[in-house]
Design a protein around this ligand. Structure first.
Ligand code: COA
Length: 162
């Protein structure tokens, strides 16, 4: 079985990697799709995010993962790729509410498209990409939350921006 794990991944965190790793225990192939959330302006370019996701997965020796960039609707991507399953991570009840609404909207647009939620692991449930960008921008240590390649990319980006 194939599934899509969509998100903005700006940047990928250990929370996302936890979801990717655990998804691979239930699916044969995982398409990690970097997609647009119109509410988020974007810090890393889509190309940079893709490279970081690929490097982070390679560092963990993860196979059966393909990273793609798509600018359209998730339901259209699922149709195009002939995938009937979406995976999303949920960290708390707020995530569950918003993710349930998204899953229902997607199923209305694409009957038969199912979403399964994986609960975030305890040690990653309180992090977000925004929080990590803030910690890194202010010179804090984000190494608990992101893989080494992302730590380095944050350092370079913040040097460029200053
Ligand atoms: N552990 C830790 N943090 C996690 C996590 C986990 N397991 N899972 C998500 N997060 C964090 C992310 O870092 C992110 O933090 P941020 O808000 O600071 O950026 C946040 O939780 C949620 O991000 P993400 O999972 O990447 O989702 P998103 O809300 O940014 O993206 C899309 C949502 C891209 C899937 C959605 O907008 C989409 O489907 N877009 C395509 C267009 C479309 O079809 N729209 C209609 C949807 S009904």
């Amino acid at each position: 079985m194939k599934a899509i794990y969509p998100g903005s991944f700006d940047p990928v965190t250990k929370g996302h990697l936890d979801i990717i790793l655990r998804s691979l225990a239930v699916v044969d192939e995982l398409l990690v799709a970097i997609m647009d959330n119109p509410a988020k302006p974007g810090f890393f370019t889509a190309g940079e995010r893709k490279k970081l996701l690929e490097t982070a997965c390679a560092e963990l020796g993860l196979e059966r993962v393909k990273v793609i960039i798509d600018r359209g609707l998730l339901v259209d991507l699922a149709r195009k790729k002939k995938v009937g399953l979406i995976i999303r991570g949920v960290r708390n009840t707020a995530d569950l509410d918003s993710e349930s609404a998204m899953a229902r909207a997607n199923r209305r647009m694409h009957p038969g498209l199912e979403t399964i939620f994986l609960p975030a692991s305890g040690d990653t449930a309180d992090i977000s990409s925004t929080l990590i960008r803030q910690i890194a921008a202010l010179g804090g240590d984000a190494s608990h939350f992101v893989p080494p390649c992302v730590l380095e990319a944050l350092r370079l980006k913040n040097t460029e921006n200053n």
